[in-house]
Design a protein around this ligand. Structure first.
Ligand SMILES: NC(=O)c1ccc[n+]([C@@H]2O[C@H](COP(=O)([O-])OP(=O)(O)OC[C@H]3O[C@@H](n4cnc5c(N)ncnc54)[C@H](OP(=O)(O)O)[C@@H]3O)[C@@H](O)[C@H]2O)c1
Length: 251
């Protein structure tokens, strides 16, 4: 699918990842891009989604809007993280079905993987256990959207894909003291320690956990991310569809 002549709706397009995606889309020649802001369009509200789809009539949806945050934010808001992410995604995917959107791209999260997934992660392990408890409400809400995409593909032939990037970091990241992810949180702590002349930086945890990180520009440069996200045949050489993630019982 060529995106250049399509009306592309990018929810969360003003966020950290979203702003990089928008930059890439524009650089690739895509002109008709709509980025709704939460202050004007609350995607947890059905009426706002209806108004958005009625007005924009998108041909492609890239769904990046989410309630996200690091461990502290997940611990403090498990209910909000579950509800907002589930409700936004479920309603948007359903709206894509009803409005005949040609391609739906949904962003998942590495937090959907089981707590004790062997490293390196492989897709086959996605359903082999419960996620790490702190992130589970967020991870499971997002994981339900994978099942929804697969169910809609199966029943309605919906052209939907679901991407699961690892922890991303880079320019425009969230450095907020309470809601940042680990890399920006560590950068902030180090800068503040230098500024204040502190002799140590206090990090959370016992040092044993391992994480996988990816620079946001590398994620979008990779043929298996922005490629299937946009199916751009121009601008991103070598882009091609990625294989679907298998769920138990899925054909
Ligand atoms: N960052 C990572 O490391 C990472 C890794 C894997 C997957 N992801 C996924 O990538 C996507 C983007 O993440 P991000 O880090 O870029 O997050 P982000 O910077 O927090 O951006 C999320 C955006 O979602 C929008 N949003 C939140 N609630 C909304 C609502 N009720 N209605 C409308 N819009 C709403 C916000 O829009 P406003 O600015 O208008 O308020 C915000 O800009 C998410 O789906 C996330 O799960 C991120």
């Amino acid at each position: 699918m060529e995106l250049i002549d399509k009306r592309v709706l990018v929810t969360g397009g003003a966020g950290f990842l979203g702003s990089h995606v928008i930059e890439k889309l524009k650089a690739s020649g895509c002109k008709d891009i709509c980025v709704p802001r939460s202050r004007d369009c609350d995607l947890t509200r059905h009426a706002d989604i209806e108004r958005l789809f009625e007005t924009v009539r998108p041909q492609v949806l890239i769904h990046l809007a989410a309630r996200v945050g690091g461990i502290g934010a997940n611990r403090a808001n498990p209910g909000t993280f579950f509800y907002d992410n589930a409700v936004m995604g479920i309603q948007l995917i359903e709206a894509c079905r009803r409005y005949g959107v040609e391609k739906t791209v949904v962003l998942g999260t590495i937090c959907a993987y089981p707590k004790f997934t062997p490293v390196p992660f492989v897709e086959e392990d996605l359903w082999n256990g419960y996620p790490e408890e702190t992130n589970a409400p967020y991870g499971i809400a997002k994981k339900a959207l994978l099942v929804q995409c697969q169910a809609y593909r199966q029943q309605y032939g919906m052209n939907a894909i679901y991407l699961l990037p690892v922890n991303l970091y880079g320019p425009g990241d969230n450095f907020h003291i309470e809601s940042s992810h680990v890399i920006p949180a560590l950068i902030r702590k180090c800068i503040e320690a230098v500024d204040t002349g502190a002799s140590e930086v206090v990090c959370w945890g016992d040092g044993s956990p391992t994480r996988e990180f990816l620079y946001v520009e590398d994620f979008l440069r990779h043929p298996e991310s922005i490629g299937p996200m946009c199916y751009l045949r121009s601008g991103i050489p070598g882009s091609q569809p990625t294989k679907p993630i298998k769920t138990p019982g899925a054909s």
